[in-house]
Design a protein around this ligand. Sequence first.
Ligand code: NAD
Ligand code: IPM
Ligand code: MN
Length: 363
Amino acid sequence: MNNTFKIAILPGDGIGPEVMKQAIKVLNKVTKYFKENIIINTFKVGGTAINTYNEPLPKITLQGCEESNAILFGSVGGPEWEYLPLQKKPETGSLLKLRKHFNLFANLRPSYIYKDLYSLSPLKEEILINGFNIICVRELTGGIYFGQPKGKINNTKNVYAFDTEIYYIYEIERIAKIAFNIALTRQKKICLIDKANVLYTSVLWREVLQKISQQYPTVKLTYMYIDNAVMQLMKNPAQFDVILCSNLFGDIISDQCAMISGSIGNLPSASLNNNNFGLYEPAGGSAPDIAGKNIANPIAQILSLSMLIEYSLKNTYVSQNINNAIIKTLVQGYRTPDLVCHTKQEKIVTTEDMGNIITDNII
Ligand code: NAD
Ligand code: IPM
Ligand code: MN
């Protein structure tokens, strides 16, 4: 009998459900290739869950995720829930909770530019021609996002708020090993991006990285301050291969990488723990400005599914098949509005159309 492989589908808010629908079409098309019996269950999360259950991560959703082998996540948040206190907001109350609950400390955000989208990038072609293919390895369950104490003090005389940036050696070691192992499969270069001229945590990151690098003599390790790094990414992105960052710096720099590649709507991510469990989601958000209009780009969601298939199902034949279908669709000139380059014959399509065409292009 075939093994079953359960996927918890959490579409979330804003464009989440629109782009998730396209990823599910793709999944249905490729199930024939799996030896596993794929079972999908959909659960509410984020603002949508608040509206139904009065909480962003209801028990039924968490339990559904626990009983699954992987999570495919859309995006959460939006103006409707912005007034809520931080802990009850969709972002902190569901996404960050899931990351912590499943110990998803390793966030992988690969970005590269498709040749057909060169003119969409804010960078000049003569810069891009040297190559843009970066994987941002972001620590995801530590640092200033989760460090205690944090809070707001409402003294009558003095109101203040504080967050704590804290890293334990084991947290740095485990994410560093992931980054080194990824580097071995690529150009064998890691750049640690930090603020070691100011922050104690960054100094510790450098010490730990220096030590671990001795186990990986073929990988070239460099360091760069975050302020210089955002500049160097604009000037010469080809110098980077694997970028390793703390939680906050990785959040920021991965959106910059997304824009260099043409659109945040193209950037997927995988958040992994040490037991082969993963949550897969677009790096971008719920895009309230375009939600409900059937114009969102579904590529990041579909690529997130592809990463799920690569990392959790370990089926690179199928993930490659999906990636190729996306390339073929772009070469054919199909574009959601965020991908319009105005350079050649392009056909502007809806989210639904884009999902259908990519699905049709899967062999
Ligand atoms: P955003 O990524 O949602 O949107 C930024 C810009 O990118 C917008 O102009 C949007 O239209 C565009 N965009 C994003 N995804 C797109 C897509 N697939 N196709 C076309 N255009 C796309 O970031 P924001 O506006 O800062 O945040 C909106 C909400 O999303 C906030 O509540 C935020 O906290 C939340 N958010 C959630 C996640 C997540 O769930 N993983 C990630 C980031 C932001
Ligand atoms: C991301 C998002 C999240 C983060 C938010 C929504 C909590 O911006 O996944 O990049 O900051 O990690
Ligand atoms: Mn982000």
